[in-house]
Design a protein around this ligand. Structure first.
Ligand code: MEV
Length: 427
């Protein structure tokens, strides 16, 4: 095994129905991956179920996170190139030791909106004076919020001048291994009558905040400059590639129009693992973009710089409210298997891996954009689809796709001619 090659098989070289076993999964687990969610299971999850909607589940390879090899990172996504791009980036990052990731305790915020208080400042002071007692009540006395896995850790207040003026009470929860939305909503509702009484106000909304800026995960990695040789054009030096990637990063840091696209690329990786593990990707999306705008100007979630040795160093930080217990992570059979594949024991570990996938995806995207552009890779994938549509199968798919791209003629009629082994392109 050389330093770039993990002890995993090149999955794409295997037939699609042999890949699960190559990852060490049992026949039963492979069947679970293929079957996905049953109609009956789906019927227990939402209302008026009439079917299930399936998406491809691929695995990214080569990831090393905090020194631990993760042979297969499950990703659910309909967009071509994302899984391959993540694997490629992880392969380069592992040469310099892989990803180093960390996370804060999983603190989520529930919000209680209080209006019509006679005196906002006095109301604030009363909540502050009673905060410890309220936390104790949530953790020990109130059956709906008492939990072995999560606990209230703080109560804070904010005032909004309005109109209308309002007091916002934040209840902070350490959610342990859960995403925490149910618990936070229960706690916010339970606390509301006490808050109304203490503030002599009227409570309106009681709901978690999807800006979980106390539940952060971050990651860094180094990509050695000498591994960055241009694939197609050797006239570009590794130093030039590093410089172009840093310029691409600065573009996203400075310009919200570019930052939105830069972050969309990050979320291509993040969401794919969030979905595979049965987590709430809408919450993760809302969180990430709100965090990207936390200083009043929308900016990049991941940045790239050259270090003293001229290598590329990437850094990402984003809020990640993901769990490994409860919700769809518990009831969806594929989500359970995805968590097993990742080998995570805590929600924080899951968040850290997801953050690395986001950074990997960002690197691969901006490297391609700063070099050959992304259309070339997309063209090859498109050519494969055209070859299949023209009736190619097995090894012919790759042969015909390569020829279509080489001839710059990715059309169905030409693909059909190649399937019939017609040697010359049409005039
Ligand atoms: C496409 O899904 C994602 C990219 O646009 C990301 C980026 O521009 O950084 C390629």
């Amino acid at each position: 095994m050389d330093e770039t090659t993990p002890a995993t098989t090149r999955l794409r070289d295997l037939p699609v129905d042999a890949r699960a076993q190559a990852l060490g999964l049992s026949n039963a687990q492979a069947d679970t991956l293929r079957a996905g969610l049953s109609l009956e299971q789906a019927d227990h999850m939402i209302e008026n179920v009439v079917g299930v909607f399936t998406l491809p589940l691929g695995v990214a390879q080569h990831f090393v996170v905090n020194g631990r090899e993760i042979p297969a990172v499950p990703m659910v996504i309909e967009e071509a190139s994302v899984v391959a791009a993540c694997s490629y980036a992880a392969k380069l990052a592992r040469i310099a030791g892989g990803f180093t990731a960390g996370s804060s305790p999983p603190i989520m915020i529930g919000q209680i909106q209080v209006l019509d208080t006679p005196d906002l400042e006095a109301a604030r002071e009363r909540i502050a004076a009673e905060a410890d007692a309220l936390i104790h009540w949530l953790n020990h006395d109130n059956t709906a919020t008492r939990s072995r896995h999560a606990r209230a850790v703080g109560i804070e207040t904010r005032t909004l001048i309005g109109p209308p003026p309002m007091l916002i009470v934040h209840v902070l929860y350490d959610c342990g291994d859960a995403m925490g939305a149910n618990l936070i909503n229960t706690a916010s509702e339970a606390l509301a009558p006490r808050v109304a009484q203490l503030t002599s106000g009227r409570v309106n909304l009681r709901i978690l905040s999807n800006l979980s800026d106390r539940r952060l995960a971050w990651a860094t990695c180094t990509i050695r400059a000498d591994t960055l040789a241009a694939r197609a054009d050797n006239s570009i030096s590794p130093q030039e590639i590093v410089a172009r990637i840093v310029e691409a990063s600065r573009f996203a840091e400075l310009d919200p129009y570019r930052a939105a696209t830069h972050n969309k690329g990050i979320m291509n990786g993040v969401d794919a693992v969030v979905i595979a593990t049965g987590n709430d990707w809408r919450a993760v999306e809302a969180d990430a973009h709100a965090y990207a705008a936390r200083d009043g100007r929308y900016t990049a979630l991941a940045t790239w710089r050259a270090n003293g040795a001229g290598d590329l160093v990437g850094r990402i930080e984003l809020p990640l409210a993901v769990g490994i217990v409860g919700g769809a992570t518990r009831v969806h059979p594929t989500a359970q298997l995805a968590l097993q594949l990742l080998g995570v024991k805590t929600a924080r570990e899951l968040a850290e891996i997801i953050t690395c996938v986001g950074l990997a995806q960002n690197f691969a995207a901006i490297r391609a954009l700063a070099m050959e552009g992304i259309q070339q890779g997309h063209m090859t994938l498109h050519a494969r689809q055209i070859a299949i549509a023209a009736g190619a199968s097995g090894e012919d798919i790759e042969r015909i796709a390569t020829q279509l791209v080489a001839e710059r003629n990715v059309r169905l009629e030409r693909a059909r001619a190649l399937v019939r082994r017609d040697p010359s392109p049409p005039a």
